[in-house]
Design a protein around this ligand. Structure first.
Ligand code: SF4
Ligand code: SF4
Length: 147
């Protein structure tokens, strides 16, 4: 009988402890977000796939098609393609292909770029039905990207 009463008491006590915790957090500010409708900003040091940075003057890319990033990449996941533009002395970037399936996010490409033309994106919620979905043309993505 005493054991039975002890069980009832401890069950009731744990119920009140649980309710106390619920009430305490009920009045605290909400820390979760309604993902995917709401997305939290990533930390400054977050590394998503690399992306081309925008030249504020021209609105285009800053790439000088030197190929340093391609050479520096230990996973061979970068292909830089440049074309000679009529009247211009230097080549202009036409395609910047990143095979993100092979990227280890080591950052050697970003470090080796003399023109500050690539950086890490804040893109963390990538999803795709095939490996091909992770082969990006960063030039095209820059043109489609706002900001
Ligand atoms: S972060 Fe590293 S592995 Fe990824 S593309 Fe750049 S150099 Fe290659
Ligand atoms: S290192 Fe920089 S400037 Fe050179 S090809 Fe790569 S992104 Fe372009």
């Amino acid at each position: 009988m005493i054991g039975y009463l002890k069980e009832i008491f401890s069950g009731t006590w744990s119920l009140f402890v649980g309710l106390g915790i619920t009430i305490k957090y009920f009045f605290k500010p909400v820390v979760t977000v309604q993902y995917p409708r709401e997305v939290l900003p990533m930390t400054p040091r977050f590394r998503g796939h690399i992306e081309l940075t925008r030249d504020p003057e021209t609105g285009g890319d800053k790439c000088i098609v030197c190929g340093m990033c391609q050479k520096a990449c230990p996973s061979n996941c970068i292909t830089v393609v440049g074309d000679k533009v009529e009247g211009a002395k230097k080549k202009a970037l036409s395609r910047y292909i990143l095979d993100f399936t092979k990227c280890s996010l080591c950052g050697l490409c970003v470090e080796s770029c003399p023109a500050d033309a690539i950086t890490f994106s804040k893109d963390y919620n990538l999803a795709g039905p095939s490996r091909e979905a992770y082969i990006f043309d960063l030039k095209k993505r820059l043109e489609e990207r706002k900001g």
